[in-house]
Design a protein around this ligand. Structure first.
Ligand code: ADP
Length: 606
């Protein structure tokens, strides 16, 4: 063997790549380097044997065919990553090879054999398959994920993968999203979210949002939804961001449910606050009570106190009543009572307690949850109303009795047919009684109109002094009082003349009634910016300061017994309502022993 050939043989022998040569029609293995034997898991005894005999497991595999075809045609054969199953340690195992089969020519230019050069690429192939497999798994995961996933190419924002959940989330069809850019597909979200996504691409920092309110066009209709989502940048192995993964899940139901709970809680809290309700939670097994700040305040305490202390501030006359209510509650399951409590300053307040009992499994009452209301004002109004009814009946009864008497006398006079002067005197008397009744009934009608919000105004321009003179003629005629008009007497206003007249009559009549010793009554008119101020001043007893805030209330009378003066306590209330309807103000300045000045304002112009 010449030295060069022997060198080549050595090179082939030590090559880490399997190299072998098959010769002749039978494809006898004439050369097979160590790497080949190792790959085949055979020993050198295969050398000199036909290919099919050395590697019987390849019978159904194409390799012998490739070799023979190269041998026959003289054309080399290449293959990339071809699978080969070899019997290794008695077990058929799969490998992947990249190989070249080269024809070998003899001196005559005839093919005498085929040289095979092989590279084992099993590991590479396995790695590739693993990648493909994991990609497939990932893809399937994405497709089947219960959350919306959309994978977007960073460079042009084209949608690469979008799953069904995402389509459902954004309310689009697959064909509306595939082969489009994300903002082509969901233009309604572009304004708000394109800048966010660009920022993720440029900064590489993911963005996550929870409960974002988004308007999406779902199936053609705009819908407000709440979404939790993430824009996750996915890096290429070289560190560049090539895709953005959007993961989104709709949380609208959750948000709405939570909000409605929050709303309900808030409404409940506001209602309790607005109604100034005090609340308590009583543990019936220990008698321990948890009470709200309002509850403590209603009982006249700064903080929480024992149940015993609470019971002690109940008015003695109401204690029995409270105890009975508690006894009843154990039977009925509901507590209800009204009682008076005495505050540290000795003032008396009315309270209303309402509660519900809760039982354990043995039906033993264990807990009481309830509310406390301060109903002092309510009681006062109730009392006032009761008083009013008796006053009103009394007020109506007086002119009615006198009317009845006048009619009876008239009846007699007519039957006896004498004394026409007397007849006309009693007719006058009857008329006066009727006018009084009419006035009372009108006052009552006015009140119900005010309560129903039906006090209509019929505004015109008129001069105040003319109106005052017209309405106070009766006073001048009677001659007991001196009515003085002062100030801007010629001032013209824009108001409901008959209603303003009603106020003047009320104020002047009150001055006459409650300041009988005051001979002078001054009606003063002043022009203010855009309004006229009309004041009626008397020089009577005046009104004590503590009564003043209530004067304009319905049914309020300083002397509620009605012993000294008659009246319904409606005149000032009606006056205040009329003034308010005109957008004006009403008030009084009064000093005991000096007199009172009732005033009000009305607009000058429309
Ligand atoms: P009424 O005169 O029917 O009682 P008003 O509403 O007109 O009803 O008046 C309410 C209360 O205000 C009266 O009961 C009276 O006690 C007090 N009052 C009104 N005007 C005067 C006044 N000029 N001087 C003293 N007290 C007055």
């Amino acid at each position: 063997m010449d030295p060069i050939e022997s060198t080549f043989r050595d090179i082939v022998e030590i090559s880490p790549f399997p190299v072998y040569v098959c010769t002749g029609d039978d494809m006898i293995i004439s050369v097979a380097n160590n790497a080949t034997l190792k790959a085949w898991d055979r020993d050198s005894s295969v050398i000199g044997k036909p290919f099919f005999e050395a590697l019987p497991e390849l019978e159904d595999q194409p390799f012998l065919g490739y070799l023979q075809s190269v041998y026959r045609t003289g054309k080399p054969f290449y293959s990339n990553n071809e699978r080969v199953d070899l019997l290794i340690g008695g077990k058929l195992q799969t490998f992947y090879y990249k190989f070249t089969y080269q024809p070998m020519y003899n001196g005559d230019g005839k093919v005498y054999g085929v040289a095979a050069f092989n590279t084992d690429v099993t590991e590479l192939e396995r790695a590739k398959q693993a990648v493909e497999e994991s990609e497939m798994i990932l893809y399937n995961m994405v497709r089947q994920a219960p959350v919306g996933i959309c994978i977007i190419r960073a460079e042009d924002l084209m949608i690469e993968v979008v799953n069904d959940s995402y389509l459902k989330l954004v309310g689009k069809k697959r064909k509306e999203m595939e082969n489009r850019t994300i903002w082509d597909a969901i233009p309604e979200a572009a304004a708000a979210y394109a800048p966010v996504m660009n920022n993720v691409i440029h900064s590489g920092v993911s963005f996550s949002a929870s409960e974002h309110e988004v308007i999406l066009i779902r199936d053609g209709k705009p819908e407000t939804v709440f979404i939790d989502f993430v824009y996750e940048p996915v890096r290429h192995f070289d560190g560049t961001i090539n895709t953005i993964m959007v993961i989104g899940i709709e949380v609208t139901d959750k948000v709405i449910a939570r909000r409605s709970i929050e709303d309900a809680e808030e409404r409940g809290r506001l209602a309790i606050e607005a109604a100034e309700i005090g609340t308590f939670d009583l543990d019936l097994t220990t008698d321990k009570m948890v009470t709200s700040a309002r509850f403590n305040a209603i009982f006249g305490f700064d903080g929480e106190v024992s149940r015993k202390k609470l019971a002690n501030v109940i008015h003695v006359d109401d204690r029995q009543h409270r105890m009975l209510a508690h006894e009843m509650a154990l039977k009925s399951g509901n507590l209800f009572y009204e009682a008076r409590v005495i505050h540290p300053d000795d003032s008396i307040r009315w309270i209303r307690a309402q509660a519900k009992l809760y039982h354990d499994n043995n039906n033993t009452p264990v807990r009481m949850l309830g509310t406390i209301l301060d109903i002092t004002e309510f009681k006062r109004l109730q009392q006032q109303k009761d008083d009013f009814i008796s006053v009103a009946s009394h007020e109506l009864k007086t002119p009615m009795t006198s009317l009845k008497a006048s009619i009876q006398i008239l009846d007699k006079l007519i039957k006896t047919n004498n004394n026409p002067e007397k007849v006309s005197a009693f007719i006058d008397k009857a008329n006066t009684s009727l006018a009084k009744m009419q006035h009372l009934v009108e006052s009552l009608l006015n009140v119900s109109k005010i309560t129903a919000g039906q006090l209509a105004l019929n505004k015109t321009h008129f001069k105040i002094d003319e109106m005052v003179n017209d309405s106070c003629d009766h006073l001048r005629l009677a001659g007991d009082h001196e009515l003085i008009l002062s100030g801007d007497t010629g001032l013209e206003v824009f108001a409901d003349r008959s209603k303003i007249e009603q106020i003047i009559v009320n104020l002047v009549n009150n001055a006459v009634k409650y300041a009988p010793q005051s001979k002078k009554i001054i009606v003063d008119i002043t022009k203010r910016n855009k309004s006229a101020k009309i004041a009626v001043q008397d020089f009577g007893d005046g009104i004590s300061q503590d009564k003043i805030p209530h004067l304009f209330e319905r049914y309020y009378r300083v002397d509620s017994t009605g012993l000294q003066y008659s009246g319904l306590g409606l005149g000032l209330y009606i006056s205040a309502e009329i003034v308010e309807r005109h957008g004006g103000k009403i008030g009084v300045i009064s000093e005991a022993g000096i007199g009172s000045t009732f005033w009000f304002t009305i607009p000058i112009q429309e």
